[in-house]
Design a protein around this ligand. Structure first.
Ligand SMILES: Nc1ncnc2c1ncn2[C@@H]1O[C@H](COP(=O)(O)OP(=O)(O)OP(=O)(O)O)[C@@H](O)[C@H]1O
Ligand SMILES: [Mg+2]
Length: 298
């Protein structure tokens, strides 16, 4: 469970940019988010993991005011999103799981539309679009229709659209699904670059290595509740720093230990020494141990 003390970094208070307290979001009788309390720190690259249906997309939709919620409070940049949704919205950009660009417009027209919706002053719109296009290398695509772009470029175009109003926080819901390896790496670079320039990133993914590689801290959600929060290393240490993989009854089994000596003691009494691997624990081990599910599965 998230503990407010987590906001204390030594003597210094770490500033939160998103604060959720006891949030409940129901669809009919079913709670998609069930008492979620957590904070995202200003400037961090925050990863959000969970099995299918855990509540990741719903959490993003709640925070970014795309959907209402019944209980609890959400503050973004200190603004209560129920009391002042318009002001809160200006701090956020969202790349949804399904790309939400208007297919009947060019990329430039989409960006202009987004700038107008977010009340970017008229004399700044063109300049901002050009800056973003330069930043991401989108120039040759700006005047093309959305549908004529490949999946990777559509994703990038969706990102620049969400950045037109200079949000402090960017939500990316499974941004690399369906991208080839090169496009995925380019997107990782872009995410890192945006983060280095000060944008707080809230990222979901089923590619656990992506979260492990990019994120400062990771939250794991299951059945609408936060079940773990920490740096990738802290989460790995929750299950033990050393993993032993071995075969038993034609199944691969995993056991976790706090150090290598304990792991070696365990291995020394196993029958079949051929198929035994001793390695460092990774975030996937932690995810499976804590949720009891494989990544992305139920
Ligand atoms: N519009 C909706 N109407 C009814 N139920 C919904 C709706 N959206 C989500 N849910 C339910 O809320 C729960 C959480 O869904 P959500 O989409 O937030 O999960 P997720 O963690 O993003 O999953 P995935 O990894 O598959 O994207 C699920 O049980 C889902 O069926
Ligand atoms: Mg989702």
């Amino acid at each position: 469970m998230y503990n407010p003390i987590d906001l204390l970094n030594g003597e210094k208070m770490v500033e939160s940019i998103i604060e959720m307290t006891d949030v409940v979001k129901k669809y009919g009788d079913k709670a998609a988010i069930n008492g979620l309390t957590m904070a995202v720190r200003k400037g961090e690259l925050f990863g959000f993991l969970g099995p299918n249906g855990a509540g990741k997309t719903t959490t993003i939709r709640v925070i970014s005011t795309l959907t209402d919620f019944s209980e609890g409070t959400v503050k973004v940049a200190g603004i209560d999103i129920k009391k002042d949704p318009r002001n809160a919205k200006d701090h956020m950009g969202v790349i949804q799981q399904a790309i939400s660009l208007d297919k009947d417009l060019t990329i430039r027209e989409n960006m202009m539309h987004h700038a107008m919706m977010h009340k970017v002053p008229a004399d700044e719109r063109k300049k901002r679009i050009q800056e973003l296009s330069d930043f991401i290398g989108l120039d040759e695509y700006l005047d093309r229709m959305v549908d004529s772009l490949s999946g990777g470029w559509k994703k990038k175009a969706a990102i620049v659209c969400a950045l037109v109003h200079k949000p402090d926080i960017l939500f990316l819901d499974e941004p690399t699904v369906g991208l080839d390896v090169k496009a995925r790496r380019l997107l990782w670079d872009l995410i890192k670059k945006l983060n280095e320039e000060g944008t707080t990133i809230f990222l979901t993914s089923h590619y656990i290595e992506e979260i492990e590689l990019l994120c400062d801290r990771v939250g794991i959600i299951d059945l609408g509740k936060l079940i773990a929060l920490g740096t990738p290393q802290e989460l790995c240490n929750k299950v033990g720093s050393t993993a032993v993989e071995y075969r038993e009854n034609e199944e691969t089994k995993y056991k976790y230990f706090t150090d290598r000596d304990q792991a070696k003691d365990f291995v020394s009494v196993l029958d079949d020494h051929d198929q035994i691997v001793i390695r460092n624990t990774n975030l996937e081990d932690c995810f499976v141990e804590l949720t009891g599910k494989s990544v992305g599965g139920r």
